[in-house]
Ligand binder design. Structure first.
Ligand SMILES: [Fe+2]
Length: 669
């Protein structure tokens, strides 16, 4: 079998960025995947391992996980593809070095060769290493997994090398570019620019999409109309500002708009803005698609790139009836481009593949381990938790859910892509509307307007949701659809304010265990639907390991934890038992002591803990805690840093809050 490795991400080492203050957009969404004879054997995002959302690091842990899952040795890799063309990457690196005189000049291929040699003991020759054009990477990944014989492929994102959007005609012979939209037309960047006015940053776009239904797009329609024009031949233009480089801001400032900062409340103005931004995106993309569908006559669509993560837009495409069938890749963001980079590298090196079956499952990452490994790990966490192995874990969980419990549910392999699809999920009864606030308060600590998504069995999907006649892959939660009017009152926790839901339809063959859970809940309650949200809190990516799942469980209000066949409950009080755990800093966590001038003169000390990367969290801490953290050594439990009377209640509380914010992890001895 011929194996290829695909990579996304940048080149920073695990413990240090290339330069201090490296921007969050510098080759983000690090990931790895391995294909074998065209099949996607393994795929994982680096963020799940290093616990940095949308990380720009080199994906060392993801490569290791993929090699393990695929069951191959590094030397069996025939070629490596990276998700951007090499000249663009090297130019970006070069500019970074010019701005940072202390950083030595390095080229992308040297980084990749050296990382693979250093971490995996394998010398990949430079002629087996390719930088694949970014949009081709996206397009090939999506088309190859669509199961379609031919398709119109639309790639839209923040940027590729020269383009922000590309239209292809795809067939088993390859992909042929039909049109490209240059960087000045970047809808990804435009939308992000709008998000900035609402206090959001890269990776938050879906929150603005969720806010949009609360607003009236008409309020700002006239201003938005001045920001773009629809042109002939499926073209469009975005009007660049005359002052500044924030593509959306100028006319809004000129009209007295008040931007929102992070954590501030939303005004109706902000909601209306989100609605108008979303409406504009939808209008332009439909304009593009309408034209190219007509020109090619192709009724199959593959939609990919960051913009294809916009599930409201995707739902509109289905309802438009433009296509007979639509496929959206589960990892439409840049992590998924790793797969296309591997496939294109295979093609360049002479390996081409016939039509592949449609991808039905995104469970392509590492598993939690076998039962004895999991049991061993759980034992270590006693007495913070107690656990047992019910005869029928699915039935036991369904009963807990039916009685109102919120359950952390982890089993099998983690999913590739931003959605939890039943292997790393928090699940709950979808009916009580108050479950939304409850879960937000106990776990997510997030904006209360944001909807939770439902998962429904394939057998009952049409009973609860209005599905368009256009066929679509509903496996990956990629489409917002209408909840049937008569069911909106029933599904109170998962129906959005506009009567829609971002539904996942689960088939028995795809994930038998999760399907069984939803079906059993249905037998108990009459509703074969569950609320399904990602298993994490607001400070971290989705949980990956048994330890991550336990950490999330113990630092939130989740009622029960299910790990494969084990049902886990809290036992001793977490905050007081915490002293028996060992503290391990995240690799990018830093402590700092600064001296500030006091208002009345003289100096005062300030102690801080922070994550040393773009968008990393930061907190002021007490001097006592600073001193404790400063003296932390490997393998010493927290109790060893205090006297016989133990940690003071203040220190415990402070430690617990920092644990919740994931500056460090706590592990059993
Ligand atoms: Fe992209």
């Amino acid at each position: 079998m011929s194996y290829y490795l695909g990579l996304s991400g940048g080149f920073s080492s695990p413990g240090e960025d290339l330069v201090h203050g490296l921007p969050e957009y510098f080759f983000h969404d690090a990931a790895a995947c391995i294909i074998g004879d065209g099949s996607l054997l393994a795929a994982a995002e680096e963020e799940r391992f290093n616990r940095i959302k949308k990380t720009t690091k080199f994906p060392i842990n993801a490569i290791r996980a993929c090699l393990t899952r695929a069951g191959i040795q590094p030397h069996e890799i025939k070629g490596v593809g990276h998700y951007f063309r090499r000249d663009l990457v090297d130019q970006s690196l070069g500019e970074l070095y010019l701005d940072n005189a202390a950083t030595p000049v390095r080229y992308s291929s040297d980084f990749i060769v050296n990382y693979i040699a250093d971490y995996f003991g394998f010398d990949i020759s430079q002629d087996r290493l390719y930088g694949i054009p970014h949009h081709a990477s996206h397009a090939v990944s999506c088309f190859t997994r669509s199961g379609m014989e031919s398709a119109l492929v639309l790639v839209m994102d923040g940027r590729g090398e020269e383009n922000s959007g590309t239209v292809y005609q795809a067939s088993p012979k390859g992909i042929e570019m039909l049109a490209a939209y240059d960087l000045s037309k970047s809808l990804g960047n435009f939308y992000l620019s709008g998000c900035n006015l609402l206090g959001y940053r890269l990776g938050d776009e879906y929150k603005v999409m969720g806010l949009a239904p609360y607003g009236n797009p008409a309020t700002f329609r006239d201003i938005f109309k001045n920001l773009y024009s629809l042109e002939a031949q499926g073209d469009y233009a975005l009007i660049q500002p005359e002052i500044g480089d924030h593509v959306v801001a100028a006319p809004f400032f000129a009209n007295g708009f008040t931007p929102r900062r992070k954590n501030e409340p939303f005004s109706q103005q902000h909601r209306d803005f989100a609605a108008a931004l979303q409406a504009m995106l939808q209008e332009i993309v439909m304009h593009v698609l309408t034209h190219w569908q007509k020109v090619t006559g192709n009724t199959n669509l593959c939609f990919v790139g960051g913009v294809a993560q916009n599930s409201s837009l995707n739902g509109l495409i289905l309802r438009s009836g433009l296509f007979r069938e639509v496929f959206v890749h589960p990892a439409s963001h840049d992590a998924g481009a790793a797969e296309g980079a591997a496939l294109e590298t295979a093609r360049i090196l002479g390996d081409t593949y016939s039509v592949q079956p449609r991808l039905k499952s995104a469970s392509l990452g590492p598993s939690l381990g076998d039962a004895s490994e999991i049991e061993h790990k759980l034992r270590l966490w006693r007495p913070l938790v107690k656990f047992h192995r019910p005869e029928d874990i699915v039935d036991a969980t369904a009963r807990l859910l039916a009685s109102g419990a919120v359950v952390g549910w982890a089993h099998g392999s983690s999913e590739f892509g931003p959605r939890a699809l039943g292997n790393r999920s928090i699940v709950a009864d979808p009916r009580p509307a108050e479950n939304k606030d409850r879960i937000n308060a106990m776990v997510k600590k997030r904006e209360s307007y944001r909807p939770f998504a439902p998962v429904v069995t394939a057998e009952s999907a049409k009973e609860y949701f209005s599905l368009a006649s256009t066929m679509a892959n509903y496996d990956f939660m990629s489409f917002v659809v209408d909840v049937r009017e008569e069911q909106r009152g029933v599904l109170g926790a998962v129906t959005h304010v506009d009567g829609t839901a971002r539904v996942q339809i689960i088939e028995r063959e795809t994930n038998p265990r999760f399907h069984e859970l939803v079906a059993r809940f249905g037998q108990l309650t009459g509703i074969p639907v569950l609320l399904n949200t990602s298993f994490n809190n607001n400070a971290e990516p989705i949980v990956q390991t048994v330890e991550d799942a336990l950490t999330c469980f113990l630092t939130t209000g989740i009622d029960y934890l299910v790990i494969d066949d084990f049902l886990v409950e809290r036992d001793d009080d977490t905050v007081s038992s915490m002293e028996n755990l060992i503290l391990r800093f995240r690799l990018m966590t830093r402590l700092a002591k600064t001296r500030k001038v006091r208002a009345g003169g003289g100096f005062e000390s300030a102690c801080e803990i922070y994550s040393d990367y773009a968008m990393g969290d930061r907190a002021e801490i007490s001097e006592d805690l600073f001193n404790l953290l400063d003296s932390v050594k490997d393998d010493h439990p927290l109790r060893s840093y205090s006297g016989a009377e133990g940690l003071t209640p203040q220190l415990r509380d402070e430690l617990f809050q920092l644990w919740q914010r994931r500056f460090f992890t706590l592990l059993p001895e």
